[in-house]
Write a protein that binds this ligand. Structure first.
Ligand code: SAM
Length: 280
């Protein structure tokens, strides 16, 4: 079989595959999209590619044409025999039957240097997967993922923009972000109700800002956006400091507590977190 020509609809018909909505199953039928994902991910023959949710192998086939190895993690029992039958004999391919949220990616990565995660993610687990990949400190080069448009816009947002929030700051702390392309619902079967975006997150060698206490930094960010349109002061006042000490921390950080969280850059959050940490 020519791996460039996986015909999703034909495979769905051949195996009489029934989609499970709760598993976020929207398979790609427009062949330009997997090509653009692989291009956008800059997959080369040095790369170990990890794919989450291969479906019937539409994107997997394109990845196998370019990568050194592809390890795919699929949760749906019904897809395992299909994938084994269609691409299982490719020596570059390995299939893991597991929930991606439960996988220890270090076991897959081992001592590989060039590791890229590439996926058309099931949308119900987008944020948990991104958080897992970033916070568990895996040694990967980039994540190139297709996700819901709104989530991509939040990830990519700059201070002052309506979409800017805790998710933007979390991702931008660890990564540079680049939107690769938009993907409309008609590129999938069944069609999702939302538009999608392919975005690449390139992991920075060091986090974008240095902070004394990472947990406190993220707690402050979360609290600042818990109460949108409220002042920073109202968001952070219960962070664990007396009123006087918190006022002093704001003063030392040279940040007006009446500002709103969405106006602060990541650098300003870092300074504020350090000044609060110093008063603790
Ligand atoms: N890659 C295929 C494509 O582009 O056509 C399918 C993408 S579909 C949006 C998402 C895939 O993720 C499905 O195959 C689904 O069964 C699988 N999946 C859902 N939840 C999963 C999980 N927790 N871990 C691993 N795979 C999962």
């Amino acid at each position: 079989m020519n791996l460039q020509d996986v015909k999703t609809s034909e495979l769905v018909k051949k195996y009489n595959f029934k989609f499970t909505k709760s598993l976020g199953q929207n398979f790609l039928v427009d062949t330009s999209v997997p090509r653009d994902i692989v291009e956008g991910a800059e997959v080369s023959d040095d790369d170990l590619v990890i794919e989450i949710g291969p479906g019937v192998g539409t994107l997997t086939a394109q990845l196998l044409n370019r990568a050194k190895r592809v390890v795919a993690i699929e949760l749906d029992d019904k897809l395992i025999p299909i994938l084994q039958n269609e691409i299982g004999n490719n020596p570059k391919f390995e299939l893991i039957h597991e929930d991606a949220l439960k996988v220890d990616f270090n076991k897959i990565i081992g001592d590989e240097e060039n590791v890229k995660l590439v996926a058309n993610l099931p949308y119900y687990v987008t944020t948990p997967i991104i958080i897992k990949m970033l916070k568990e400190g895996y040694n990967f080069h980039s994540l190139t993922i297709m996700i819901q448009k709104e989530v991509a816009e939040r990830i990519n947002a700059e201070p002052g923009h309506k979409d800017y929030g805790a998710l933007s700051l979390l991702v931008q702390y660890y990564c540079n972000t680049e939107i690769i392309r938009k993907v409309p619902p008609q590129c999938f079967i069944p069609r999702p109700k939302v538009d999608s975006i392919v975005i690449r997150l390139d992991r920075l060698k060091e986090p974008r800002v240095r902070v004394q206490n990472e947990k406190l930094f993220f707690d402050i960010i979360r609290n600042s956006f818990n109460m949108r349109r409220k002042t920073l002061w109202n968001g952070i006042k219960n962070i664990g400091l007396s009123k006087e000490k918190l006022e002093l921390a704001f003063e030392k950080a040279d940040i007006d507590p009446k500002r709103r969280g969405e106006t602060l850059s990541i650098e300003e959050f870092a300074v504020l977190a350090d000044k609060i940490n110093e008063e603790m």
